[in-house]
Design a protein around this ligand. Structure first.
Ligand SMILES: O=P(O)(O)OC[C@H]1O[C@H](OP(=O)(O)OP(=O)(O)O)[C@H](O)[C@@H]1O
Ligand SMILES: Nc1nc2[nH]cnc2c(=O)[nH]1
Length: 186
């Protein structure tokens, strides 16, 4: 993982472009919650948060879901604090038990899609009855993993490295309430 200093993080933040304001992100959570509720209100799902980035969207979405559900987590990373993805590394496998259950996986971003595709495959291998996925952000480009799509998407972003709302810049800036793209040259 590349080490960056807090002063550098402040400079990157200052040069970044705001893609979606906090108010736009809030409205996206409302839309996502409505779509998820319509689909899953009678499914008694297990909602699994993908650490780390999924924590922020999950913290916003879960209180908007007013139906019976259980929650858990898994920790898988492909980027390991870097801005380019590698192979998927499992830190913690999905828990609790998902056999026979409807599962909803919550993450921050669907970029090339290899992370979510591998997670969904693992959940099916663990015996889940049905696996759906939801992300705050879908990055628009033509390099998606073949044969896989996300069920619920909040917002779209262009093909740039983004941060905020759970998404990191070298493990920083996940806490910002809007979605930003790094400036040219960063
Ligand atoms: O669609 P992909 O190209 O596979 O990328 C998307 C994944 O990348 C990020 O995770 P990362 O590996 O950076 O770990 P993090 O959640 O700790 O940031 C993000 O949270 C997604 O899980
Ligand atoms: N923070 C962040 N994580 C990612 N994982 C895959 N793409 C991205 C991205 O653009 N930003």
């Amino acid at each position: 993982m590349t080490t960056v200093l807090p002063e550098e993080v402040r400079a990157v933040q200052a040069r970044a472009d705001l893609l979606h304001s906090a108010a736009e992100v809030d409205a996206a959570y409302d839309r996502l919650a409505a779509a998820i509720t319509e689909r899953l209100h009678d499914a008694n799902p297990v909602v699994l948060v993908v650490l780390n980035g999924g924590v922020v969207p999950a913290g916003q979405l879960l209180p908007r879901l007013a139906f019976p559900l259980q929650m858990g987590y898994l920790h898988a990373t492909r980027y390991r604090g870097d801005t380019r993805g590698g192979t998927l590394h499992w830190v913690v496998k999905p828990r609790p038990e998902v056999a026979g259950r409807t599962v909803l996986v919550l993450d921050d971003i669907f970029d090339e899609g290899y992370t979510l595709e591998a997670i969904v495959r693992e959940l099916h291998a663990m015996g889940a009855r049905e696996v759906l996925s939801a992300v705050l952000v879908d990055k628009v480009h033509a390099r998606k993993v073949p044969g896989f799509s996300v069920d619920f998407v909040g917002l779209q972003v262009p093909d740039r490295y983004v941060f905020g709302c759970g998404m990191d810049y070298h493990e920083y800036l996940r806490n910002l309430p809007g979605v930003y793209a790094v400036g040219a040259g960063d």
